[in-house]
Ligand binder design. Sequence first.
Ligand code: WT7
Length: 666
Amino acid sequence: MLLGGTVTDQHSPALENLLSETRSFPPSAEFAARANAQPELYERAAADRLGFWADQARNYLTWSKPFTEVLDFSGAPTARWFADGQLNAAYNAVDRHVEAGHGDRVAILFEGEPGDTRSLTYADLKDEVSRAANALGALGVSTGDRVAIYLPMIPEAVIAMLACARIGATHSVVFGGFSAEALFSRITDADAKLVITADGGYRRGKPSALKPAVDEALTKGATNVTNVLVVARTEQDVAWTDGRDVWWHEALAGASTEHTPVPVDAEHPLFILYTSGTTGKPKGILHTTGGYLTQCAYTHSVVFDLKPETDVYWCTADVGWVTGHSYVTYGPLINGATQVLYEGTPDTPHKGRWWEIVAKYQVTILYTAPTAIRTCMKWGEQVPAEFDLSSLRVLGSVGEPINPEAWMWYRRVIGADRTPIVDTWWQTETGAIMISPLPGVTAARPGSAQTPLPGISADIWNDAGEPVGKGGGGYLVLDEPWPSMLRGIWGDPERFKDTYWSRFPGTYFAGDGAKYDEDGNIWLLGRVDDVMNVSGHRLSTTEIESALVSHDWVAEAAVVGASDDTTGQAVVAFVILRGEAVERADEAGEGHDVVAELRNHVAKEIGPIAKPRSILVVAELPKTRSGKIMRRLLRDVAEHRPVGDVTTLADTSVMDLISSGLNAAP
Ligand code: WT7
């Protein structure tokens, strides 16, 4: 078969349909009266933006040395917030709740995929994080060092992040679905000294190994990794390198529960998180401490209306993504929340697993991604209907635009037509939520992220850098600095400037297209660069193309994101093969299931999430006279649309060839 999967005929709904969406869901009077965020918040922030942020930094955080400066943007585009203050992230997330008498409050309700459970109070968390911090110290990790974390969604993931923060080491979490190759490049780019991993985690009903990928990554080239700390989760057999590998439980068993958090400057690097850009090499997005934590905690409180004494919060994101950093580890714990942490997949052992968890723990706030909602829609509303979801009171969405149909389904089926929905727009780079309704204030408009939060300034500009105003469309920009903004790309200041600050000199360009409706609500329209959004995960077309051409059989490759009903976009690849290489493999008896081979190759190079949904073998690729691949035309093919304007192609017959090849596919 030529195509690795099906290319659907569905397109995302036309913009005109979106903008004619006028349904409005105002908060109930009851909700509004009790909400953390009141309408005055917008006025206060507008009247004195920096004073507003200074108030949030003092309200939500405990500083070991109070700050006197708020914003210093003299080194633009790198901002410094609260720069003369000092604090410790782990102290703020854990210790101070214990000191305030909340040590018995549950911090983490862990649900393993096989059904095992653990509950950790804030006092337990303080002991575990302290032990882990002491263990890291014993392995020679200290303030300023980098630590790579490659773990499943188990409490140790959160504990490891906080243990790093406690000693002032900078963590770089690598999603467990990334390959050894991807892990290696992240370990070397960040120059990590230690890797924290597990034997494996449970996924889709069986143990899935992690440690072998670390072992393999560390053979790919020179690194400065001196130790690998290994959590025993699945008890699978693992290879062991004496002197390098250390069991987590053994290291912690001998460690004291007493540990003094290291106060760091507000601008001390808290973490690096790699994300895909428009070139082949992922960017190490750098976040620092004071401003980042301020905005995480503030947004977590006002957007989700968290009441720490009574709410049970659940964000389904993995800590391998920024959502897991800001809304699993830092935001909720700084706010003293009780939260669910679930290890596995939504359909193991049955399609109602998430709803079973909501009912079991009486979850009140649920934060997830549109792709998950659309998947549940496909499974049918009879599945959630079997569970008691009446505890839910706020629903959140993040990662990609949520289409109005999915929004309405989420509200009606999961939220019993009662709960506010917050559609939160932000990015790895922004660190925390930027544009979102406030659940007790905003009349919600299905499908729109609506309004910049109090304290945040965003706008939509045209090509010339002029504001488009109501009803207009263009590029989303953030035209004032914000506390949790990235402080740079690790080791690459030039790329930082080029990527975000050069499209409109001096203003942050997010990479997203957007439009205002007549009421001034912001509608996000997806990326305008070569970045795809697959299931809320950012993938680079160029990165997948490089992975494909690194295979012997491939002479050239072009990748596009085609719209997909469930995942938002799907990876579709067009490849030109090296005929002789395929024949040689064939003769050597290696077979020539080109599509399967290349899909697996991408999984090996980047990770299973980057596997193309379909791979089309073609004889030529459409290029302009200057040699640039016209992805727009390939997208037309992938989405089964009539191919658009081909007049700028060097050879206009190429598209006929590709289209006929596609139609001839069995
Ligand atoms: C890109 C950022 C933020 C955590 C998850 C993704 C898209 C994100 C929304 C939303 C429309 C959204 C944007 C953005 N995006 N949230 N609510 N509505 N689009 O983080 O991997 O850094 O990706 O995701 O295109 O630029 P990320």
